[in-house]
Design a protein around this ligand. Structure first.
Ligand SMILES: *[C@@H]1O[C@H](CO)[C@@H](O)[C@H](O)[C@H]1NC(C)=O
Ligand SMILES: *[C@@H]1O[C@H](CO)[C@@H](O)[C@H](O)[C@H]1NC(C)=O
Length: 566
């Protein structure tokens, strides 16, 4: 039996042959372009087709020699000269029925895009030829072919489809090898396309691409450069003056992430007029994500950091310049909210392993978005001031996000699809000062001076905590878009990969002691808000008591969390 990796090698060697053929002119109304495999990573193909009067070629294969063309411009004026003579020359193809408004194929070293619009063609005032070209083209009698000026751009919307009809486009590509070379299945055009959304999948173009992306071998995706982060980020710190001691609420998030993202994209529609009818984005993700919220409060009040971008880095994407590009950005967002009226020192860790997560966006008929999401060992530390009545809450979100910025057809449409892995924890303290049935909490092993405050966590044997502590956790993995993209998807389009709320920890001390643990958490996450909200802090009741009592200082093993996660 053949190993998958071996099959893949076969597949790759098959598609490598399908790369650009610069020796054949593209004059029959159908042109292809393959991404150069120079860096060996991204691969993809695109094809445009329409009337032979709508599409032409200014490469050497069609007979043209280009003088002075920047490789990096999307819009520019260039000079061209026909290097072949007679009726057999491909040069006449560009000029027949007027060059203006034609979509032309460009050579690899001219212009950023594979195809451009001819905005204007004229007899250039500068008829001079560089000596190497003159040596080839100037005839014995001293005459030379006429040098023409061509204004090129990617403003496809400026082409009048009434002149030479629509020009269709199909694109497929991925950030790994193996996605180019096969656009044999051309998407349906015209009336068959009518109820596109209802029939998504029938035409098979996007679904076929999804099939291909779905079967990417792990050995290929693992070869992509990973994103690695290991950094502590401050979320907020606010101080209040409480007599001789300065009280504060301070939160940090320590993030550790290792992620590998694969991107695939397929689209079809028309370049003239510029409109995509079908679009599919694929994202594959393997990651180890870890976020620790460290919160120290010695003041009372409500504080909300708002959603903060803690970390941001661009990752390799896919670019068919001027036609379609997908630029991914890996981000880590964080948010913490606290509403407290006692002293708290807590550390909660949100740790997940993501194995083979796959997003098909917008939702595919045949392919289900999802993947393996498993929690890791979760260190948890909580100390509170004893002997106070309190109803406190702390909520934390650590959200690794991959934003896919999509730009299509000369920038005529743009949208961002964001894949969020929202890991959250919510702590609820319901403490009662009533010490009727107060228990003595075991001395905390921790006695070091806390980094953030002057209060020490002591081994206070007499302190009592009466009430319940509950920590709920959740993981919500979903993708959504920030706006409409040719009506194919919009703000309301959401694809969920995973969603789970579970109880991480519950402990009742004193009067309410009992095994109240339930599988479902009562602590619910609230939707996060973007706005930064800060209210004035006041001094907490327990502020004078600098001693904290430890309620938990342990590592919750992954195995026990998995049980409530399953
Ligand atoms: C290209 O697609 C066609 C139609 O699905 C398929 O029959 C053919 O095997 C594909 N070729 C390659 C090289 O993948
Ligand atoms: C050309 O494209 C437009 C926009 O997609 C479409 O409405 C029209 O029906 C197309 N015309 C033909 C002849 O396919």
């Amino acid at each position: 039996m053949m190993q998958p990796a071996f099959l893949l090698v076969l597949l790759l060697s098959a598609v490598v042959r399908g790369t650009n053929d610069w020796s054949k002119p593209c004059l029959d109304g159908q042109c292809s372009y393959d991404l150069p495999n120079s860096d060996g990573s991204a691969s993809g193909s695109l094809k445009i087709w329409g009337s032979p009067n709508a599409i032409s070629d200014i490469t050497a294969a069609a007979g043209w020699t280009i003088i002075g063309c920047s490789k990096n411009a999307l819009a520019q004026d260039i000079r061209i000269v026909c290097s072949s003579n007679g009726a057999s020359s491909g040069c006449s193809h560009l000029l027949q029925n007027g060059a203006e408004g034609k979509i032309v194929r460009l050579p690899e070293n001219c212009g950023q895009s594979a195809f451009a619009r001819v905005a204007k063609l004229w007899v250039h005032a500068d008829q001079s030829l560089p000596s190497d070209i003159a040596a080839r083209l100037v005839r014995r009698d001293g005459t030379q072919p006429q040098v023409k000026g061509v204004a090129l751009d990617t403003n496809f919307a400026a082409v009048d489809p009434a002149k030479s009809g629509n020009v269709s486009i199909a694109i497929e590509g991925a950030t790994v090898p193996g996605a180019n070379g096969n656009l044999t299945i051309t998407p349906a055009t015209g009336p068959q396309r009518r109820s596109r959304l209802a029939q998504r999948g029938l035409f098979g173009f996007i679904e076929d691409a999804f099939d291909k992306f779905n079967s990417f071998d792990k050995s290929v995706t693992k070869a992509l450069p990973p994103v690695d982060v290991n950094k502590n980020f401050p979320l907020f710190e606010q101080k209040a003056s409480c007599g001789p001691v300065a009280a504060s609420v301070k939160a940090d998030i320590n993030t550790k992430a290792h992620a590998v993202v694969t991107v695939g994209v397929a689209a079809s529609g028309t370049i003239v007029p510029p409109k995509l009818d079908d679009f599919g984005l694929f994202a594959g993700l393997d990651a180890e994500l870890d976020g620790t919220l460290d919160l120290v409060a010695s003041a009372s009040g409500t504080i909300d950091s708002g959603e903060k971008t803690l970390f941001e880095v661009g990752i390799p994407g896919l670019d068919f310049p001027g036609l379609l590009s997908v630029g991914p950005t890996f981000k880590i967002l964080g948010q913490a909210k606290a509403s407290l009226d006692l002293n708290v020192d807590m550390k909660v860790d949100l740790s997940y392993k993501v194995d083979g997560a796959k997003l098909f966006f917008p939702a595919s008929k045949d392919k289900k978005s999802g993947g393996g999401f498993t929690p890791g060992d979760t260190p948890l530390k909580l100390s509170v001031s004893p002997s106070v009545s309190s109803k406190g809450t702390v909520e934390a979100h650590v959200i690794p996000r991959v934003d896919f910025g999509i730009n299509a057809l000369g920038g005529i449409a743009q949208a961002t699809v964001g894949l969020d892995l929202d890991a959250s924890a919510a702590l609820t303290l319901t403490l009662n000062a009533d010490a009727n049935a107060a228990v003595t909490v075991k001395p905390s092993r921790r006695s070091a001076v806390n980094r953030h405050r002057r209060a020490t966590v002591t081994t206070s044997t007499g302190a009592s905590v009466n009430g319940c502590v509950e920590i709920g956790a959740g993981l919500d993995v979903a993708a959504s878009a920030d706006g409409s993209f040719f009506g194919i998807f919009d703000k309301s389009t959401k694809v969920s990969l995973f969603s789970k709320d579970f109880q991480l920890f519950k402990k009742c001390l004193g009067a309410s002691t009992g095994s109240a643990a339930s599988k479902r958490s009562n602590v619910r996450r609230t939707p996060i808000k973007g706005a930064l909200e800060r209210r004035a802090l006041t001094c907490s009741a327990g502020n004078t008591a600098t001693d904290l009592t430890s309620i938990i200082d342990a590592v919750l093993p992954a195995a026990s969390i998995k049980r409530s996660f399953a």
